[in-house]
Design a protein around this ligand. Structure first.
Ligand SMILES: *Cc1c(COP(=O)(O)O)cnc(C)c1O
Length: 223
């Protein structure tokens, strides 16, 4: 299937999911995840109209950045080590995987601009998953207040590996509740308006539960 066809199908499914819960598709940002594919394929995605591109490894993000540059908005969605922060600063538009103060400190020291970040939460508790436990999140966000270049725009999670839709929905719902709790506190450095959740297999449930940023790889570009 061509990327245009995949994108048309995806947009159609997003619209239908939005209709079910009375949401506006305009509130939803599609991040095309290109980690499986070539620079050429990533360029095709841009040509098809997707400007937000996600990568989960710094080396691969940099390689694609060299080929594509600032035509795309680069989203870093994978585990980020503090010593790698400097490589992507100035290039990355949003970081979806903040979970350590040392990374926040590096962003603060190295960036000229405020970087919108999502705090990653391991809601499902699966050991293979990164992120803070839900009860660590608020304290962590409070420790970020002195880092002026870090703005917590929302929370991010990955659904558990299961076919059980209710289990997935429950994880997304918990993230939303946590987001609502933090948003209510009105932290200046953490408006926490957004929810980065939903991938190829579960984005419709994520939309129904309030996702604002979908990270979509395989059903868009292939795998
Ligand atoms: C790979 C990846 C995605 C996209 O996964 P698909 O199932 O192919 O849509 C989303 N988020 C993260 C963090 C990823 O690593």
């Amino acid at each position: 299937m061509s990327i245009q066809d995949n994108l048309a199908t995806l947009k159609d499914r997003i619209e239908k999911a939005c209709e079910r819960v009375d949401r506006d598709p305009e509130e939803i940002t599609i991040i095309g995840v290109t980690k499986y594919v070539s620079n050429e394929r990533a360029k095709e995605l841009l040509e098809a109209g997707i400007v937000d591109i996600g990568e989960n490894r710094t080396e691969e993000m940099l390689e694609k950045y060299d080929a594509i540059g600032d035509d795309a908005n680069w989203h870093f969605i994978g585990t980020l080590q503090s010593r790698k922060v400097r490589d992507i600063i100035g290039k990355v538009k949003m970081i979806h995987s903040l979970e350590r103060e040392s990374v926040a400190r590096q962003i603060n020291n190295r960036s000229d601009e405020v970087i919108p970040c999502f705090v990653q939460v391991n809601v499902s508790g699966e050991e293979t998953k990164h992120g803070l436990t839900p009860d660590e999140v608020e304290d962590f966000i409070q420790t970020l207040a002195p880092y002026e270049k870090v703005k917590v725009v929302g929370l991010m999670t990955m659904a558990p590996h299961t076919d059980d839709e209710e289990e997935i929905r429950d994880v997304f719902r918990q993230l939303r509740t946590l987001r609502d709790d933090i948003k209510e506190k009105d932290y200046l450095h953490a408006p926490c308006d957004y929810l980065s959740m939903g991938m190829s297999n579960d984005f419709e449930i994520a939309i129904e539960e309030g996702a604002t940023h979908l990270r979509i790889g395989s059903i868009l570009v292939g795998s």
